[in-house]
Design a protein around this ligand. Structure first.
Ligand SMILES: [Zn+2]
Length: 332
């Protein structure tokens, strides 16, 4: 059993993780935000104040740890996360990794792909950050973030998957993914497991973007964990409604998969660049996209459907512990 996990303030014993939200962003920006500095400049103090308020609100629900899987090129800010953690005592785990081809910043590694060095370059980037920290901050990522496109894992994305599997096999690091619009969950899981990754160290993200039970079963049978991690996102990016998410979730829980499921919201609490202005109709159905929504609105519905307190503790405490303490035979 791995004994420690890296947080933005240093390694902690895995037993200390406690109640965990596995997918929330304290700050996030779509690549390109850094060009809009005249109207959308990053305000560290404002992001910090927002972050502290978010941390305090989830801690009031008993949350001890938040995983912030913001990709490297989407405004990942280790100093901000560390400051939020030291000011509040919340444990925050950050990531190393790049976003999917359609919304990521691709030119840098595509250029290196054309030169034939990209996959090795990505491997080295992961290893450097995991070993020595991100840039000069000393903050080490606790997960690798991977992402694929709608209906495909592109050649560009495949380089990150291959490099990540190699790094996992050498370090045992946990892998968390983004799936686009409810597609490629089973394919991501199979690919990583075939590359030697311990399925217990994998969480396939945004699985609640698909309400087809067979899609879930094909993913779960590989042994990986899945994220019902977009509660509150409705009517955007091809997302189903929470009502439908709940039906799927309850079905899987009643079928005995409670050891492989984790819940979160994928909130963005501070936008890098100018914050988006959503159409009024969308604003209304997105009103619940808050980092305490599950605790206030979803858990009572789960309980009313007969899901026990014990199962809820499994989802929020036991499963994150298992995810970060899964044993991998490290090939040094
Ligand atoms: Zn996310």
């Amino acid at each position: 059993m791995r004994k420690t996990v890296e947080t933005v303030t240093g390694a902690i014993p895995v037993e200390q993780l406690g109640k965990t939200l596995v997918h929330e962003h304290f700050a996030f920006g779509y690549p390109g935000f850094s060009g809009d500095i005249s109207l959308g400049a990053f305000d560290f103090q404002e992001a910090l104040q927002v972050g502290i308020a978010v941390a305090e609100s989830v801690m009031a629900q008993g949350v001890k740890t938040v995983v912030d899987p913001t990709p490297n090129e989407c405004g990942r800010n280790p100093e901000l996360l560390r400051k939020i953690a030291t000011e509040t005592g919340l444990q925050i785990i950050c990531a190393t990794g790049y976003y999917y081809e359609g919304e990521g910043a691709t030119p840098y590694f595509k250029f290196r792909q054309a030169l034939g060095t990209a996959e090795e370059d990505i491997y080295e980037m992961f290893m450097k950050e995991i070993t020595d920290g991100i840039g000069t901050t000393g903050v080490k990522p606790g997960i690798i973030k991977l992402a694929s496109s709608k209906d495909m894992i592109t050649d560009y994305e495949m380089m990150f998957f291959k490099a990540a599997a190699r790094v996992h096999n050498e370090t045992g690091i946990t892998i968390l993914t983004h799936t686009q619009e409810g597609t490629m969950g089973p394919e991501q899981a199979k690919l990583l497991v075939e590359e030697g990754v311990n399925p217990q160290s994998i969480i396939i993200g945004h699985m609640c973007g698909n309400t087809d039970v067979s899609y879930h079963l094909r993913t779960l049978e590989t042994g990986v964990n899945i994220g019902f991690d977009r509660f509150g996102i409705q009517g955007l990016v091809g997302a189903p409604f929470d009502k439908e998410r709940l039906v799927t979730l309850i079905g899987l829980l009643n079928s005995g998969y409670e050891r492989q499921i984790m819940l979160s919201h994928d909130t963005v609490n501070y936008w890098m660049g100018r914050p988006p202005v959503l159409p009024e109709s969308v604003q209304k159905i997105m009103a619940n996209w808050q980092p305490v929504y599950i605790f206030e609105e979803i858990l009572p519905k789960l309980k009313a459907a007969g899901i026990t307190e014990e199962t809820i503790n499994t989802l929020f405490i036991e499963n994150p512990l298992a995810l970060f303490s899964a044993e991998t035979k490290v090939k040094a």
